[in-house]
Ligand binder design. Structure first.
Ligand SMILES: [Zn+2]
Length: 364
């Protein structure tokens, strides 16, 4: 399983898919599912959905993860050909100078570029520790004129992402672009393979959602139609085993999959999730039965699209699960293949435990 997870993850990391422009990622995942004999469909927003029908009496489940990634949109092309952009999603501006990017004008025609960083020899002491805001950045594509950039297909509104990149590190760790959340996609493809081969169990809708990084928009549309009783969301969890993160929690890379007991953005939409006790119980009991370590997360500053999904209809039994991730939203995020494998096993086993008797109440 690990080799297949690695292959799927690396392939997915190398496909650009800014929010609202996930089509290439969706095509790739639909192809992976089709190769397993799993039919999938796309909805109007672009969510990719595969349904595995199950026992009529059991609660229905939606397991979802997002296909999109953060980045930029082209705002303006200067006369000298420098491309100016707007930020899309939680882009860390202090990690942008001198990054390689890809302007996505079409498969096979994408335009590489570099975020300009003023020549160091000419940088004054005052400038040295200043972070430029996204609107001040310039992307150099080498074209040298507005006309040449436009002739290459770049226009206002063109999606821009970190140049897709995947690096295999020691110890089963993968670094690169969009580990958030192509790692979740790779896990969910593996879960779909297991669902294809299962006998019995609940109806499961596997959803690869869109526009999560653009303020959590896609999954809620899928859930509105699918009306699941239980929603399980897969995304990164903050690894806290580097010195800069030590105060934030106890989650370690390679320590196994995680469950979130509390997430709250603390700004913007003020969204977050406090998971349903039935879903927490399910994950804890499954982990214990499978001999998996289940790491725990409670964080302000993070949130997922489950925030909206949990509130649909009469309310959905909801929980966030995930994998530890380092250096989130930078161009080189890191995850651990063992954690992805553990997360896959947790999900497959948890789904197998949801039967007609699964208790959707909050308990005594
Ligand atoms: Zn994410």
């Amino acid at each position: 399983m690990r080799e297949r997870l690695k292959r799927d993850l690396v392939d997915l990391m190398l496909i650009p898919g800014l929010s609202g422009h996930e089509d290439r990622v969706r095509r790739h995942i639909a192809g992976l599912l089709a190769a397993e004999g799993v039919e999938s469909r796309a909805d109007r927003l672009g969510n990719l959905i595969a349904t595995f029908p199950g026992e009529a009496g059991a609660p229905s489940v939606m397991v979802f993860t997002h296909m999109d990634q953060l980045g930029f949109f082209v705002r303006k092309i200067e006369a000298d050909g420098m491309v100016r952009v707007e930020r899309m999603g939680g882009v860390p501006e202090r990690a942008l100078a001198s990054q390689a990017v890809l302007l996505c004008v079409g498969e096979g025609r994408d335009v590489p570029g570099v975020i300009a960083n003023k020549s160091h020899h000419a940088t004054s002491p005052e400038e040295k520790y200043v972070v430029l805001k996204t609107p001040e950045l310039r992307i150099d594509t080498g074209h040298g004129s507005k006309a040449a950039v436009e002739a290459a297909g770049v226009r206002i509104g063109t999606p821009v992402v970190y140049r897709p990149n995947a690096v295999e590190l020691a110890g089963g760790r993968i670094a690169g672009t969009s580990v958030d959340d192509r790692a979740g996609c790779a896990v969910l493809v593996e879960v779909a393979r297991a669902l294809k081969a299962r006998t019995g169990g609940p109806t499961v809708h596997v959803v690869f959602s869109v526009q999560e990084e653009f303020n959590l928009r896609g999954a809620v549309v899928a859930a509105q139609v699918l009306k699941p009783d239980v929603a399980i969301q897969i995304d990164l969890m903050l690894a806290c085993d580097t010195p800069d993160m030590a105060d934030r929690g106890e989650m370690v890379m390679g320590g196994g999959p995680g469950i979130s007991l509390y997430s709250f953005h603390g700004r913007g939409t003020l969204n977050g999730v406090i998971p349903h006790p039935a879903a927490v119980r399910l994950m804890e009991e499954t982990a214990a039965a499978e001999g998996l370590t289940l790491q725990r997360s409670a964080q302000v500053g993070v949130l997922t699209d489950l925030s909206y999904v949990q509130l649909l209809g009469e309310g959905v039994v909801a929980v966030d699960v995930g994998f530890p991730c380092r250096y989130t939203h930078s161009s080189l995020e890191i995850c651990d293949l063992g954690d992805l494998e553990g997360l896959t096993r947790l999900l497959v086993a948890a789904l197998g435990r949801i039967g007609p008797g699964f208790d959707l109440t909050r308990g005594a």
